[in-house]
Design a protein around this ligand. Sequence first.
Ligand code: PMP
Length: 365
Amino acid sequence: MSRVWNFSAGPAALPEEVLKQAAEEMLDWQGAGMGVMEMSHRGKEFTSIAEAAEADLRELMAVPDNYRILFMQGGAIAENAIIPMNLLGQHDSADYVVTGAWSAKSLKEARRYCKAHVAASAEAGGFTSVPAMTEWSLSDDPAYLFTCTNETIGGVEYPFEPDLAAIGRAEVPVVADVSSHILSRAMDVSKYGLLFGGAQKNIGPAGLTIVIVREDLLGRSVPACPTAFDYKTVADNGSMYNTPPTYGIYIAGLVFQWLKRQGGVAAIEAQNIAKAKLLYDYLDASDFYASKVDPACRSRMNVPFFLADESLNEVFLAESKAAGLVQLKGHKSVGGMRASIYNAMPLAGVQALVDFMRDFAARKG
Ligand code: PMP
């Protein structure tokens, strides 16, 4: 067996230890005589898997007691509709901070449900930075303020945690799409009303959506909200109102245990800082490659970069693939290259990428 260094933005590489454990348990989970995919979601075996996964996530992120963790389906894009349907309550508007393709998409979807107001936008600068909170202009009575704290496509990550108390608007709950950097760095959950993300980058397989929501925001859904997507219904039923994505929850649970073995979020954050520094330092030192993102807002997870001579793009991709470095092509809306270096990518993988890039530049420069 030979595994590649996989720089996919998602679904993305998973820790090898997790895949091996899942393979070992595929036919017979811990003596149950059946695999996890074959278990009733209400049976004692799966109940223990789901409870452990939730408890481990709560511990890893230090989720306060007044927040509920929901395991849902639909992915982050479905949440763009599910969030307004759940949080609008008596409000008819919500505020959006637009920092890239994903928050722009969230804004567009919200407009189907409410008046969505742009509180700040980084579009004029080509989505290469995050507007400072002092520049955010909130409307009078929004149901929430929406952010995407790591823009996977543009490679822009908030260098601060949104904190509306700091601008005198503590009453407005902050919603954050953390799909592509959840568990990669410390986050103070108490600063948010709701955090959400698809699992397929830093957590596990596609099909599982994580929602972490403050309890006082439950029970505000609009009448048209589908019951299966009503956060209060999901919370009241322990994420088992409908059949949850059981296998995804199981793999997520194994990833949470792996993360705890690595030393938890603080330890993985230190590794992520080292990985990102290795790659950005090389990009900055080289005339052959460039990063276009404001250095203060560069994502530790998604690193778009460009070859000075774009006519070499195809040969760069072909040669990197031959060297066992895959999925480096940038998103079509941005172009160039993108290396996604989530928690499961070890420093050795980033080193292999930098070594390849240096060698390629020496040969073609
Ligand atoms: N938000 C962000 C920040 C993302 O990176 C993605 C997926 N790349 C999405 C939303 C959409 O997620 P999904 O396809 O799971 O709906």
